[in-house]
Write a protein that binds this ligand. Structure first.
Ligand SMILES: NC(=O)C1=CN([C@@H]2O[C@H](COP(=O)(O)OP(=O)(O)OC[C@H]3O[C@@H](n4cnc5c(N)ncnc54)[C@H](O)[C@@H]3O)[C@@H](O)[C@H]2O)C=CC1
Ligand SMILES: O=C(O)CCC(=O)C(=O)O
Length: 421
């Protein structure tokens, strides 16, 4: 049985990817139905008091895709284009991501339809606290543990923890209810950089396997936020040449290599990479087609599609973003021999260190950054080897191999639990 969704959507893309993996492992129809469906989809419409005293109603979501392996885990996104369909896809990808990394979590995700850049700090805090209250019927350290995603950060995680702790625990802090917190509130050392660091660990494994010399590699990065800027910094430290980076306003390109600490400082001062002096300006579309060895999409979904996949000039694509490549583009890239490190593996460093943060929060016992980073590297390396071996065995792309391993694991857990957890 092939599961279909009614219209073209991001969730339809996630289900199409799932179907490919389910076909590969010969998954039975009952489990196909269960695993291709989100368990819970909560929509909340909530009022927020603005600085001028007016009230605005915002819409937010929290979705649990699957809880067979443990409590729901996944970030919260603030973006004007957030939809329930997008959050469902992101939640499903979290299920597979946690499964590949062997984490005891199910998949969840949340989002609010808002442009946070238009809010004052006070309004942002009001919105976060009210949204947290609305979704708190799902939250808890053993039920659902949010984390940062696009446009959310440690300060927002601190407000989520405080709101939950005030309502549900008499004000005593419950650090394990959210990850990605500031370290002084129980956040893990290394969580802020974990997604970008994990991307770089994944690239290092791929480079060894496919014979790419990182000290000579030219790198292009779309998105210079948490994931993209950290990957840029760490690859720069490894000796790679970062030739182009971008943000929502566009990109900058210097074929001789950008001075990444200087670009980072420029972005901190001005709010954008645009205007950085020693580079030419490119659009986000042009940036994706620049000649390079490694392309890192680190912004939003559906950036590499059937329209531009034939013109991508990278040897390796490392997906820091969730869902940047459509299935049509995947097929074109595979035929062209371009290696894609799929999102559910390449960006899993974030949730892996979130797992470390959750464990530390439950125990109130904290690790050093060295411990965090070396455990992260070990898990990223192990997962790469398993995915690569599966891809070789079945002659499939790394995404299908990664999904097959993930779906297999969640299916096995579901069968052992007795099919309907
Ligand atoms: N923060 C985390 O721990 C994790 C993030 N991710 C994924 O990584 C991606 C980036 O997330 P973060 O770095 O956390 O977000 P962020 O909010 O820190 O940064 C996002 C960056 O993308 C840029 N951007 C937005 N729209 C763009 C567009 N249309 N074209 C080019 N750039 C654009 C923004 O200007 C910003 O530089 C997302 O897909 C997210 O789901 C995945 C795993 C974990
Ligand atoms: O750290 C986490 O729990 C989840 C981060 C996230 O949203 C993601 O991996 O896409």
């Amino acid at each position: 049985m092939v599961i279909t969704t009614p219209e073209h959507s991001l969730y339809a893309i996630a289900v199409e990817q799932f179907n490919q993996a389910a076909d590969l492992i010969g998954l039975e129809d009952e489990l196909r139905q269960i695993l291709s469906t989100c368990k819970r989809e909560l929509t909340v419409n909530f009022p927020v008091e603005m600085d001028d005293g007016s009230i605005k109603v915002f819409t937010g979501y929290r979705v649990h895709h699957n809880l067979a392996a443990g409590p729901a885990k996944g970030g919260i996104r603030y973006h004007p284009n957030v939809t329930l369909d997008e959050v469902k896809a992101l939640a499903m990808w979290m299920t597979w991501k946690c499964a590949i990394m062997g984490l005891p979590f199910g998949g969840g995700k949340g989002g609010v339809r808002v442009d946070p850049k238009l809010l004052s700090p006070g309004e942002l805090q009001n919105l976060t606290r009210r949204y947290t209250t609305e979704i708190s019927i799902l939250l808890g350290p053993h039920q659902d543990i949010p984390a940062p995603d696009v446009n959310t950060n440690p300060q927002i995680m601190a407000w989520i923890m405080d709101t939950y702790s005030m309502h549900r625990h008499g004000g005593v802090s419950v650090p394990a209810v959210v990850t990605g917190k500031p370290p002084i509130l129980g956040g893990s050392a290394g969580r802020l950089e974990a997604t970008g660091r994990g991307v770089v660990f994944a690239i290092e494994e791929a480079a060894k396997t496919y014979g790419i010399d990182l000290t000579q590699a030219r790198v292009v990065i779309q998105g210079f936020g948490n994931a993209g800027s950290t990957a840029a910094r760490l690859l720069d430290e490894l000796g790679s040449r970062i030739v182009a980076v971008s943000d929502s306003r566009g990109g900058i390109y210097n074929p001789n290599g950008l001075d990444i600490p200087a670009v980072f400082a420029f972005k901190q001062q001005t709010g954008s990479v645009i205007g950085y002096p020693e580079a030419e300006r490119v659009t986000n579309e042009e940036l994706l087609e620049l000649p390079c060895d490694i392309l890192i999409p680190a912004a939003l979904e559906e950036q590499i599609t059937e329209r531009n996949a034939a013109r991508i000039r990278a040897r390796l694509i490392a997906e820091a973003a969730n869902g940047p490549t459509t299935p049509e583009a995947d097929r074109i890239l595979f035929d062209r021999g371009i290696i894609v490190l799929p999102d559910i593996y390449a960006n899993a460093g974030g949730v892996t260190v979130s797992y470390f943060e959750w464990v530390q929060g439950l125990q109130h016992f904290y690790w050093t950054e060295e411990e965090v980073n070396s455990r992260l590297r070990a898990i990223m390396t192990r997962a790469f080897q398993a995915i690569h071996a599966t891809a070789e065995r079945y002659h499939v792309q790394l995404r299908t191999a990664a999904l097959a391993l993930a779906v297999q694991r969640v299916a096995e857990i579901t069968r052992l639990r007795g099919i309907y957890p």
